[in-house]
Design a protein around this ligand. Sequence first.
Ligand code: R5P
Length: 295
Amino acid sequence: MIIFSINNSHDLAQTIAKKLKAKYAKLVVDDFPDKELYLRYPVNVSNKAIVLVESFQPVPDWSLYTVFFAARTARDLGAKKIILVAPYLAFMRQDKRFNPGEAVTSKIMAELLNYSIDHIITIDTHLHRYNSLRDVFNIPAKNLTANSLIADYIKKTIKNPVIVGPDSESYQWAEQIASEINAPCTVLEKTRFSSRKVAVKIRDSLDFANRAVVIVDDIISTGHTVVEAAKAVKKLGTKTIIVIGVHGLLIENAVSRLKQADVDKIITTNTIKSSTNVIDVSSILAKELLKCKLG
Ligand code: R5P
């Protein structure tokens, strides 16, 4: 098995390779003067199982495009198996046509990967209207979760936590994490008006005043969702608010927006490169790769 990183995730790919005692290399990715893609495998992949590690950030379209070219090139060079590790898989939130004429990009992204990849592994991908990755992929596809790693982190570092999910979809993180550490949990109600405008309501009020509130979500993008959740719990007398996101996209000044909302700490996993990363997901990815058939 040879592990390659493409545009990002170089550190994560290297750590996984070390854990598996596998060879690691960075793909050579550049552009020609007219901006066409240039891509080259720096080692021989003929007859090898190869793993492409690429998080679909900070430019998801570019990641998808380069993964597709990298996979097709590997096939052309005789690789016998192509596995994609996409710690953060973008496009999954566009899981229906919300307005007439829109592209359901999750389906199209999956079509490209179904055609070019043999197996895909991701972490806490956004499953809302899809029940599982099988609804979009027809290749073996595994959605791992960082829940236990997050639960461990909370257990070791936060005293007297109450776990809060900011919207109905977040129950899959909030409830499991809370049950692993035996903490109380509540899930809030979110109304989304646009990409940058949400409102959040508390459904059932727990003892927020005497506990450290830990808001957990899969994606922190602009941060508006967790900011509104933080404001809502703050009104009930909470003193400490910690936000934990699996995927810290943290775009458009999300970090300062969260700080302005009196969030004490922002913690993310290293599925995407960010200064907020504290929780390392390399162990669950390495373990899953060990289970993959390589032939
Ligand atoms: C959507 O439902 C997701 O689970 C996140 O809550 C959402 O993507 C966060 O986006 P933002 O940080 O821009 O509010």
